[in-house]
Design a protein around this ligand. Structure first.
Ligand SMILES: [Zn+2]
Length: 329
């Protein structure tokens, strides 16, 4: 005799009743699409290690982003890829008024008034040494001037019209410094602060570094990005950024860190929770599909829905254009 409590299958026999088993369903508005903006205004350059993704010049944004907005794209996050600027020790080109990021913010605001524009705040692409801050003579990070510089750059992006600034550097105290910068410049009520709170030193960033040209010229980023085994540090970083004034908490990467996403959903329960499905995760899913291991769409759904199941409410994903086709709303 089968016990009554053992009978489950009737509850998910129909496709619709299977959909009801999720606490939250994927929607188009949950996706934020990463865009690489370079300084050649007419650039449309394929990134070989990130299939289907390109570096764009400001003049190409209308023809690329327009059709996506038509399909229901609600938000983008911009990454600057300066290839011709003069890099220095403090990352001066990061907030150049004629740099690709600030020009792209203004362009997108005028072209697509309803599009939410987030901007990654990072000094790596703009410093001569490729690290995300100002260095001491011995090559270590000098924290106070680093966070002051990150705040300065964030304010410049907010002044240009960014709806969100998202510092990805992982420097101690930068959320507080950026929030204070936004308050002092009268922008704290207009610009959202999304913190890359639990960003791990992952092997999955390779294609992004290829796309952004942002590998450090010496050393690595292990003194500011979190060690992959560091659950406790991740929990402390999430709590710290909540207390320093973050409006959205982010975990990055997604797939190998589902437990951290679940922890963030509990520790920052009153906040939207973003997850960055990073370049390597995306490339891995595409590569497996190309090798015949699984169907691309099925695996894209399974991996992305796992992030939602763990607690994500916002997903930064290179699959965004496909999901705009795959999802009805
Ligand atoms: Zn950086």
């Amino acid at each position: 005799m089968v016990e009554i409590s053992s009978i489950l299958q009737g509850g998910y026999a129909h496709p619709l009743s299977r959909e009801w088993q999720g606490k939250r369903a994927l929607t188009k508005s949950m996706f934020m699409y990463p865009l690489f903006i370079t300084d050649d205004p007419d650039a449309h350059v394929v990134i070989p290690s990130l299939p289907g993704q390109c570096r764009w010049g400001v003049n190409k944004l209308q023809e690329f982003v327009g059709p996506l907005v038509q399909k229901g794209l609600k938000s983008v996050i911009l990454f600057g890829v300066p290839l011709t600027c003069e890099k220095d020790a403090r990352g001066t080109p990061a907030d150049d008024a004629n740099g690709p990021v600030i020009l792209a913010i203004k362009k997108l605001r005028s072209l697509f008034p309803d599009l939410f524009i987030a901007v990654d705040v990072c000094l790596c692409e703009y410093t001569s040494h490729g690290h995300c801050g100002v260095l001491n003579d011995d090559g270590t990070i000098n924290t106070p001037p680093s966070v002051a510089r990150l705040a300065e750059v964030s304010v410049a992006y907010a002044q240009a019209g960014a709806h969100c600034v998202a510092p990805s550097d992982m420097m101690d105290g930068r959320i507080k410094a950026i929030k204070q910068g936004l308050i002092d410049s009268g922008l704290a009520n207009k610009c959202l602060l999304m913190s890359y709170s639990a960003k791990f030193a992952s092997a999955l960033y390779g294609p992004f570094r290829d796309a952004a040209g942002s590998a450090p010229s010496f050393g690595n980023r292990k003194c500011y990005q979190l060690p992959p085994q560091a659950k406790g540090l991740a929990r402390r970083a999430i709590k710290r950024d909540v207390n320093e004034g973050a409006d959205i908490i982010m975990v990055k990467p997604g797939l190998p860190y589902l437990d951290i996403i679940a922890d963030a959903a509990e520790l920052a329960a009153d906040f939207p929770l973003a997850v960055y499905q990073v370049s390597g995760e995306y490339a891995m899913v595409v590569a497996g599909a190309n090798a015949g291991v699984y169907d691309l769409k099925t695996m894209a759904f399974e991996t992305t829905e796992s992030l939602v199941r763990a607690g994500a409410t916002l997903i930064l994903s290179y699959f965004t254009p496909q999901f705009l086709d795959w999802l009805e709303a």
